[in-house]
Design a protein around this ligand. Structure first.
Ligand code: GLU
Length: 296
């Protein structure tokens, strides 16, 4: 039995093993780790390896090596999302039973064509806004496409989902709590509608980042989600899913992004040096802390 109080903070670092860790990841991991220590909390590592096309074991090994080198320790076993797909499927079934998911056979080209015909602002990730193409597809047509072997994704009907959430909230606004650097709380309005009908189960894998992350933050009892500002808008969807699936609400802290010398966000800038490259060039873990502004 654990002697930890039920309210002990739990923080996590949740990288996707799609490439080598760079300074932006180091900053995120160190912030979460140090916040866990400051709060007297636990620190967990989660490998978000649901993407069969992009995840590589060599990057998982690299994550362990880089984080150890930075001086981080975490609880074992590490949660590997690829081993828990059944749980994401179960959560999706629950959403489906609520009537807030629908099958979408549309291809990227279909979405681009619809977008060109009646342009809409892009979604917060800069992707074409999904124009609800198969939202009202009749059962016969869906069955015909399935018989023809067409792949489909499951999308969230954001209008229905919001109606459900509003009923559950009983008039309270859809919000999340954002902590500033000093971990001071501020309530922020969540606006899932700006995302449109997001994919909950992809065509190639029966889950998605949004679904897996909320299921696992709940499974692992995460109390404080520390992650980059690039995921701030995604929290709109995460809060909505937490309400629909009756999952606990963590606090959020979306930190600044580390830029390269030209001011471009590291993840997007081509050729950002990996932590292992910097290590090979003779950098120490303290040098990394200095480079990301966590040490003088
Ligand atoms: N796996 C995500 C990434 O590497 C982060 C997920 C999260 O912190 O919510 O970008």
């Amino acid at each position: 039995m654990s002697d930890r109080p039920a309210t002990q903070p739990v923080l996590r670092f949740a990288p996707s093993p799609n490439g080598p860790l760079h300074l932006g990841h180091a900053y995120s991991a160190l912030l979460a780790y140090e916040a866990a220590r400051r709060l007297g909390g636990r620190f967990l590592l989660r490998i978000e390896d649901i993407d069969p096309g992009r995840s590589r074991e060599v990057f998982v090994d690299g994550i362990y090596e880089d984080l150890r080198w930075l001086g981080l320790t975490w609880e074992e076993p590490v949660l590997r999302q690829s081993r828990h797909v059944d749980d994401y499927v179960a959560a999706a079934r629950r959403l489906e039973a609520m009537g807030v998911l629908y099958r979408c056979f549309a291809t990227r080209a279909d979405i681009m064509t619809a977008q060109a015909a009646s342009p809409r602002p892009l979604d917060p990730d800069g992707a074409p806004f999904y124009p609800g193409l198969h939202r009202r597809l009749c059962a016969d047509e869906a069955a015909r496409r399935i018989d023809a072997g067409e792949a489909f994704a499951m999308r969230l009907d954001v209008d229905k989902a919001m109606a459900f959430a509003r009923a559950k909230l009983g008039g309270a606004p859809l919000e999340f709590v954002e902590l500033d650097d000093g971990l001071g709380p501020q309530r922020v309005a969540a606006d899932p509608e700006r995302w449109g009908d997001v994919v909950i189960q992809r065509k190639d894998v029966p889950t998605s980042y949004h679904l897996s992350v909320v299921v696992d933050d709940a499974r692992q009892g995460i109390t404080h989600v520390v992650r980059g500002q690039d995921l701030f808008a995604a929290t709109d969807i995460h809060r909505l899913l937490q309400i629909l699936l009756e999952l606990p609400e963590p606090l959020y802290c979306h930190h600044r992004l580390i830029a390269d010398s030209s001011g471009q966000k590291l993840a997007k800038s081509a050729g950002a040096p990996g932590l292992s490259d910097l290590r090979a060039q003779g950098a120490s873990a303290d040098d990394i802390r200095r480079l990301v502004g966590l040490k003088k």
